[in-house]
Design a protein around this ligand. Structure first.
Ligand code: SF4
Length: 149
């Protein structure tokens, strides 16, 4: 049985997690189109900090992994290592058509497919590349999902 103190602490942790998600970005083989849109999303024009979202340099301090591009054979192990370094609970957002299915790179000799071929993905954001509004919408959907957990 969960004590009242424990449920209060869980509520505080969920509240903090929803209001200050720190994100780390990993390019596993993108053409850089999606990466430019992610950088645009982080500018004051879109003011993503209003959701408490902050770009974090180290996966050890991040809650959300934002991935771009298909997974190449060269980057597969690095993607896995970045994911494993993140503390639990952790969430993954696949940004762009390539990160979902391999996109235009699908079938290339050095491409393994989408991000979900290697690590579990919580949110998929389609587009080539997706606009900042779509990226913000995807991250907000993730945060909305956390509220229900
Ligand atoms: S989805 Fe489009 S912009 Fe993004 S990595 Fe693939 S080809 Fe580039």
């Amino acid at each position: 049985m969960v004590s009242p103190w424990q449920s209060v602490m869980d509520g505080i942790k969920t509240w903090a997690r929803i209001n200050s998600p720190w994100v780390v970005h990993y390019n596993s083989g993108s053409c850089n189109g999606c990466d430019i849109e992610i950088l645009a999303t982080l500018t004051p024009r879109y003011d993503i900090e209003r959701f408490g979202i902050k770009l974090q340099g180290s996966p050890r301090h991040a809650d959300v992994l934002i991935c771009t591009g298909p997974v190449t054979r060269q980057s597969r192990d690095r993607l896995l290592r970045v994911y494993e370094q993140m503390p639990e609970p952790k969430f993954v957002v696949a940004t762009g058509s390539c990160s979902i299915s391999g996109g235009v790179f699908d079938g290339c000799y050095n491409v393994m497919g989408g991000i979900a071929e290697v690590i579990p993905v919580d949110v998929f954001i389609p587009g080539c590349p997706p606009r900042p509004e779509a990226i913000i919408y995807g991250v907000v959907q993730l945060l909305e999902g956390l509220k229900k957990k």
